[in-house]
Design a protein around this ligand. Structure first.
Ligand code: AMP
Length: 215
C-alpha cells in the first residue's frame, strides 16, 4: 500500500505513521525526519535545508523531490510506504505522480487528519521528540519518562523540544500549511483518493478511523 498522511504540523501524522507502519509492514517516510537527520550529520542536503526548517519555511520543491526519489528507490519501499509530511505543495504532488508513473505504480490513498489550529498550537508547544528515533511525547498528555530514557528506543537524554516547536515558528508553519499545503486536500479529493478522519480524538481512536477508512 502506498499512502499519504496529510494534515497540519502536529495533527498526529508521525504518531499514526509509527503505528500504521507496524500494522501494514511498510516503512514510514518522513521528509521532516530525513531533513533533521541530514542536518545533524552536516551533509550537503542538510546544509541546503537547515535555514528553511529553522524558520518554518518549506525547503524548495526540487530539493525535497530529489531526496524523496532517492528514498523511494530503496528496497524496503518496494511493497509500499507511508508518506508523512510529503507532499506539501501541488508541484511536489505532481512530482510524486511522475515518480510513481515511471515505476508503473500508483497511490492507494491520502488520509487527511483534521485538527483545528487552536489545538495545533497547544499540542506543538507541549510536544517533545526523541532525537534518536523520532518518538513523540507530550508534556501534558504523554510525558517523557522521568529518567530521560526514551521508552521507544532506549536512548538516554535524547528527548528534546524541536527547535521549530516554538510559538513564533509554529504560527509560521501553520500559515505555510494553509497557503501551500491545504490545496492538496482538493487535489486529492478530485483524484478520488481523499479520506478524512477527525484528528482531535485519542490517538488509538484516530488509528481505528484510519484503518476503517483504508479497509
Ligand atoms: P515536519 O517534521 O514534517 O514538521 O517538517 C519539519 C520541517 O522540514 C518543515 O517545517 C520544513 O521546513 C521541512 N520539510 C519537511 N517536509 C517538507 C516538504 N515535503 N517540503 C518542504 N519542506 C519540508
Amino acid at each position: 500500500m502506498r499512502m499519504i498522511l496529510l494534515g497540519p504540523p502536529g495533527s498526529g501524522k508521525g504518531t499514526q505513521a509509527t503505528v500504521l507502519m507496524d500494522r501494514y509492514g511498510i516503512p514510514q517516510i518522513s521528509t521532516g525526519d530525513l531533513f533533521r537527520k541530514n542536518i545533524s550529520e552536516g551533509t550537503e542536503l542538510g546544509k541546503k535545508a537547515e535555514s528553511y526548517t529553522k524558520s518554518g519555511q518549506l525547503v524548495p520543491d526540487e530539493v525535497v523531490l530529489g531526496m524523496v526519489a532517492d528514498r523511494l528507490a530503496q528496497a524496503d519501499c518496494e511493497d509500499g510506504y507511508i508518506l508523512d509530511g510529503f507532499p506539501r505543495t501541488v508541484p511536489q504532488a505532481e512530482g510524486l505522480k511522475e515518480l510513481l508513473a515511471k515505476r508503473g505504480a500508483s497511490l492507494d490513498a491520502t488520509v487527511l487528519i483534521d485538527v483545528p489550529d487552536s489545538d495545533i498550537i497547544e499540542r506543538l508547544s507541549s510536544r517533545r521528540t526523541c532525537e534518536a528515533c523520532g518518538a513523540i511525547y507530550n508534556t501534558k498528555t504523554n510525558p517523557p519518562p522521568e529518567d530521560g530514557v526514551c521508552a521507544s528506543c532506549g536512548a538516554k537524554d535524547s528527548i528534546v523540544q524541536r527547535a521549530d516547536d516554538t510559538a513564533e515558528t509554529i504560527k509560521q508553519r501553520l500559515d505555510v500549511y494553509h497557503t501551500s499545503t491545504s490545496p492538496l486536500v482538493e487535489y486529492y479529493r478530485e483524484a478520488g483518493l481523499l479520506m478524512e478522519v477527525d484528528g482531535t480524538r485519542a490517538p488509538e481512536k484516530v488509528t481505528e478511523a484510519i484503518a476503517e477508512a483504508l479497509a
